[in-house]
Structure formats: C-alpha cells, structure tokens
Design a protein around this ligand. Structure first.
Ligand code: FUB
Length: 342
C-alpha cells in the first residue's frame, strides 16, 4: 500500500529496567497515544504534532495538526515502526482544520480509525475511516458521525463484543458549548464557570453494529465521589477535562481522564460501561508540557500506560509519546506514577 511502502524503523526504545521512559519516536512529534493490541503487536494511534505557525491561545489553535502517522511495536522495549501517513486531512471531505487525538478499533476483519476535526464551520465533530490493515491507509467516510461533537474519541469494545465511544473535552474541545444540547457558537471559551454545579461530563454513545454510527443519543459519563455526590465544576483537581479512556479489569470498568488545567491523569471505577464511576485517585502526576493524554492497554500479561510529554521540544504543541508499566494493588487500585522518577 502507499503508506506501508514508507514504513521506517523510527527508533529503538530499548531501555534498562531502571531508566526513565524515552520518547518512542524522535523524527516526528507525536501526542495523544491510543494503544491497542492487534494481531499480537502493539499499534499506537497518536496525533502528529507540527509547528503550523499558529499563535497559542486557550482554545488550542496552535494544535493545527494535518495528518496521522500510525506506529507499531512488537514488544514494549523494542523497535518502533512508523507506518507513514495513515490519514490526511485533505482526504476528509468535510474537514476544516485541527486533526486532534484519534482512536482505533477492530471488528470482523476491518479496522476503524475515529478522529475529531473541526468542520468547515469550525465545530469539532467525530469522523471515522476504515482500512483492512491496522496500519492503514484509512479511507474516511464522507460525513461526520451523526450526533457526534467535541473531541477525544476513545472506543472501548466490551467482552460481549459491544463497542462504545467515550468522548468530550472542555475549553478548546468545545464540550461546554453543547451544554444546552445544541452548539452555542458564542458560548464560553473554557468551562461553564459554575463551580458549585456538577462538572460537565464526558459522553458515551453505543456504536452501531457496523461501527460507523452512534446507536443512541450520547449520554453523560457521571463521575461521583465516594459519598455518591457528583464532582463539581470548581473541583479542578478531579473533574473531567478531556482525554477519556476506558479499560476493564476484573469485571470493573475503569474510566480515566485528564484534569486539564491541573494536569493530572486520574481515574474512576464503575460496574457498567455507562457508570456511574466513583472517583479513585491519580494515575500519573503532571508531565512536562500543558496537555496530558493517555491510554491503558494489557500486553502479554502486563498493563501499560501510553502518554506524552514535551521532552524533545520543550514546546506545548510539539509533544512526544512514551510508555511505562502500570502497577496495581491486589484490590485493583492503580499505583500513581511519577513520570520523572524510577
Ligand atoms: O492534541 C490536541 C489535544 O490536546 C487533544 O485532543 C487533547 O486531549 C490534548 O492532548
């Protein structure tokens, strides 16, 4: 295929057991890594950061990405292959600008790449593209997924085969502009500024059997504290900001996410894909850079967290993906990670 001819071995991430995680690739900038195990290998679906010369603002205009490169690894500390361009914004008929954090899924011989991009009216929508290969190239459907909005799709397939999309992000991710159910063009640029009301929720929608549509109107992903009370908008250390991810461990559903302006990766646990999810604690302390975005995947009996920081560039919008092992207590509690300490 066009993209597979360009496969290059981007880096050897071999590190000794005590070394800090290294950037997985260093010849391009990558962020927002969604990792999956397909055919016994790890495939990573990251954003491809570029310097488009756009001025930084609170809405993230400087994150002006234009394509995706898909990465793969045979083993965690092994070589990383960059499969070249898997999808280009110029081949998404409805896209305007800013190709942000994607995710991928597999069903019945087909791979699905889910991506947020602003449409030509500057409203984020979710698109889907398909390929017979996990490394692409992917072909975008002609229109966005009906009923989709905001950013950061994370597609989770439950053990019964049913797939769900979690999505949403406040501030530049526009979720706060959908609080009334329709897009408020002149709505808040950040959050709703209602500190004593329940925080804005991430969303969940069941996917259709063909994986190309929502099968229901998106619902709130409710996050509550240990007393059953919803987390409040003013609780910036714990409330949902963006970058949701779902994994299942011992029949419990772990919804993890970024707190954005306080820079934590945190998690909450529930008994169903829909929640509610009870807040548990921190997964990872702040990384270098403003954004923090992750995925969690099991590979050969161990659990790993993929994430990014700005080690290579020192610039907010030019990030590099990394991976480190995730450890749990016997009761499933996740041990918090300090990304700069072994
Ligand atoms: O990469 C652009 C945006 O930055 C993502 O969509 C967010 O999760 C944050 O990482």
């Amino acid at each position: 295929t066009e993209s597979n001819e360009k496969d290059t071995v981007a880096s050897d991430t071999t590190a000794s057991a005590n070394a800090l995680p290294k950037p997985l690739v260093s010849d391009i900038y990558t962020a927002d890594p969604s990792a999956h195990v397909f055919n016994g290998k790890i495939y990573i679906y990251p954003s491809h950061d570029i310097d488009a010369g756009v001025k930084e603002d609170d809405e993230g205009a400087h994150f002006a990405m234009q394509d995706y490169h898909i990465l793969s690894m045979d083993s965690i500390n092994g070589k990383v292959t960059d499969h070249g361009v898997g999808l280009d914004i110029k081949n998404i008929p409805w896209a305007g600008r800013q190709l942000w954090a994607p995710d991928a899924a597999y069903k019945n011989g087909m791979y699905y790449l889910y991506f947020p991009v602003k449409d030509k009216s500057d409203v984020f929508r979710m698109g889907v593209a398909t390929s017979k290969s996990p490394s692409g190239p992917f072909k975008a459907e002609p229109t966005p997924i009906a009923g989709s909005y905001s950013i950061d799709p994370a597609v989770f397939t439950d053990t019964d085969g049913q797939a769900y999309m979690y999505f949403g992000g406040i501030w530049g991710g526009q979720l706060q502009r959908w609080a009334t159910g329709k897009y408020e063009k002149n709505g808040s640029k950040t959050d709703l500024g209602t500190d004593k009301a329940p925080a804005l929720s991430a969303k969940i929608a069941r996917l259709s059997k063909d994986m190309l549509h929502f099968d229901e109107v998106a619902k709130d992903v409710k996050i509550i504290d240990k007393n059953g009370k919803p987390l409040l908008g003013g609780d910036h250390d714990r409330r949902f900001f963006e970058g949701g991810w779902m994994h299942k461990y011992k029949d419990k559903y772990y919804f993890s996410y970024s707190t954005g302006d306080t820079h934590w990766l945190v998690y909450a646990v529930g008994n169903s894909p829909y929640g509610p999810f009870t807040y548990q604690g921190v997964i990872m302390k702040p990384v270098k850079g403003w954004t923090t975005h992750h995925s969690i995947v099991e590979f050969k009996g161990k659990w790993y967290i993929f994430y990014h920081d700005t080690e290579l560039s020192g610039k907010t919008h030019l990030r590099n993906v990394k991976v480190t092992e995730l450890h749990r207590e016997a009761d499933g509690t996740i041990e918090p990670i300090d990304p700069y300490s072994t």
